[in-house]
Structure formats: structure tokens, C-alpha cells
Design a protein around this ligand. Sequence first.
Ligand SMILES: NC(=O)NCCC[C@H](N)C(=O)O
Length: 410
Amino acid sequence: MQSPIHVTSEIGKLKTVMLHRPGHEIENVYPDILHRMLVDDIPYLPIAQEEHDYFADTLRKQGIEVLYFAKLAAEALQDSQVKDKFLEQMLAESGYAAGAVHDALKEYLLSMDTQAMVDKIIAGVRKDEIDVKFVSLAEMAEDKDYPFFMDPMPNTYFTRDPQASIGDGITINHMTFKARQRESLFTEYIIKYNPRFANKGVHVWRDRYHDTRIEGGDELVLSDHVFAIGISQRTSADAIMDIARNLFKDSNYDTVIAIHIPHNHAMMHLDTVFTMINYNQFTVHPQILDEHGKVDTYILHPGKDGEIEIKHRTDLQHVLEEALDEPEIDLIPTGNGDPIVAPREQWNDGSNTLTIAPGEVVTYDRNYVSNDLLRKHGILVHEVRSSELSRGRGGPRCMSCPLVREDLKK
Ligand SMILES: NC(=O)NCCC[C@H](N)C(=O)O
């Protein structure tokens, strides 16, 4: 029986993917909280939804099964005890372990059908939606003007990040910023209780109960034994050591390539600057490389007695050639390396390609210089609309969590 999660590469033919169609959470973002919500602008929801539907249809037309995160979550919460446990934890992680607000929120959320409840939690709960008799001094005095009891989760449509599939398993991620940390609680329940995944042997390589941070945008499955990861704003070196230890102990993976990238919002994850698109082709944002084409890279291998050996290299191209056993790796520069076009297109996720088969990718239409260059390098490019979706600062790879890919024939 095939595992419900099976991803042994970044490029094997994509069979099943998990998306989230943006919902009302987007309209609960307003200028004062933009920065904290990790977005730079507010997408116009009806158009963002149209664009997202176009993205999903583009994938379906290629024979890819599209599953929706919120639907999987609602299916996981059908049992009333499971739902109760989930809700208690979600409320506690939202700041209400007990008390009048907790009770009022719980009653309100339980008055809805399960799908509506999941959608509502993602959308956020405004204070004026419920009537609470006794609020705390903090709510009365300090947070008086703050409009939410439960914050919206406007980044949920970036399903790449709260979890990542590796082999027949998954990481359920402790994310860096509070604005996104509750997203992976849904994942935990999906894997434990959705009938599609529950008791099907999905290995959790790392759960969300850690202090060190890791996000799926940094996690790249280069082959059935090589895993790449960003040392980034969102993924720490300690978390990388931890995931490497777990993979080396229980899986086929014997090589972890950790790539140090700038720690800023434009390049928050490795996949905003570097993606694999064919056996021997990658997109790369030229600004992560120095003037000699070098970048700090650390190769991790299992050592003696459970130790990990670490080698420092800077020649990414050769590191990839060796690890993937390819005579020549083609690093295709975002925006053709132009000093203005490259950062402009990278800002709108020109490096963030979703590979749906070797040499076949989905990209945003607005990054036309990068897209033309990909075609010149022999890549088949499916462009999707991007005016509103891109305002959330993520592209097609960020918006997709592959669950099943065909193994590479090699
Ligand atoms: N893998 C990705 O790069 N995801 C994009 C996440 C964008 C979101 N606004 C965030 O800052 O987390």
C-alpha cells in the first residue's frame, strides 16, 4: 500500500498537492497589523480567489489531485472529542486557556458546523462578533482598541510552510513568528485524525513541539537521499541539526545540504531564492551568491555513534553536482541576473517555481524575464495569474504542499 505521503524529489511528477484557497482571513488584515501579519499589502480577495482557482485548475489540468487544507482539517475534526481537544488547544495557543473569553469563544465556535468553525478560526474572530460579560483587565485596559479575540491567519494559503513532506513522512513545523504558529496545529490534527492519513504509517520526522524554528519553504527534497535546507530568517541551525539527526536515524537520507541565505523578508525561505526544476537545473537568485558565485554551504553526513559530520563548502554548483551525481548543474539566474530585473522579479517570487514534472514548472506570469529565460533553457512553463496573490509575498511553490510525487526513473 502506498503511503498517503510520498515525496522523494522536488521534481518527480506531482500526483497530489495540498492548497488553501484564500478566504476571509485576507480581509481581516488592515494596515496597522500588516507588518506583524508578515504581508506587505492586502490582496483584493475576490481577485485573489479567482487567481487561486486558476492556479488550482492549472494543476488539475495536468492530472494533479488538489486537496484543500481547510477541508482536510474539518474532516479530521468530525469526532466530537477530537474536536473538543483541538479547540481547547487552539484557544490556548490563541491566548485563552480558560476564563470568560475562552468560554464565549468556545461556545461561539461550537455553534457552527465543523467546516464553518475551521474557516472561522483561520479567518479570525472579531471582538464584536461575540458578547463576553467579564473580560480581563488586560482586555479592558491594554487591548481595548484591538479588534480581534483571535487573530486572522492570512498566510494560510502558503501551504508550503507549516509542514513539509519528505519521503513517506512529514515535518510539522514550529514556525518562527507568532502570526503563523497556529497553522501547523491544523496539520497535526490532519495527520493524526483525517482518515486519509491516520494510522497509515506517516512518519513525523519532527513535530511542532520544539523551541527551534523550521519552515517548509526552506525544506527541499533534492532526491531520495539528499535533502537541502535554508539557514534563513525562518529556519535555525539547531533545527537543521535536529532534522538531520532524525532523517539519518530512520530514513534513506544520508546527505543534508544547508545553505546560508540572507535573513530578510524578501528572501525569508530558501525557496524564494533557489528551487530545483529538473534533474540538473535550478533557479537561483543571483544576490545569494557573492561576486565569485559562492555561498556558504554546509554538508551534513551521518558520522560515528550518531554524531553528524559537517563540511563547509562555498561552491554550490559543485556541491550539487556531487550530491546528485550529475556531470553539470545549470543554475538559471532569476531575472537573467540583471541588477534591476533580478531583485524586482525575485520580490514577486520569480525564483519560486513549483516543479510539476522534470523540466515542467508553474510560475507567476508577472516574472516574464525569468519565465522567458527558463524557456530558453528548455523548461516547459505554465504561467498563472499573480496580481493579488503575490501581495502575500509567496509564489507557486510557497502556495503548494506536495503530498505525492512519482519516484524519479533514473
Ligand atoms: N515558502 C515561502 O516562501 N512562503 C511564503 C510565505 C509568505 C508569508 N507572508 C510569510 O512571511 O511567511
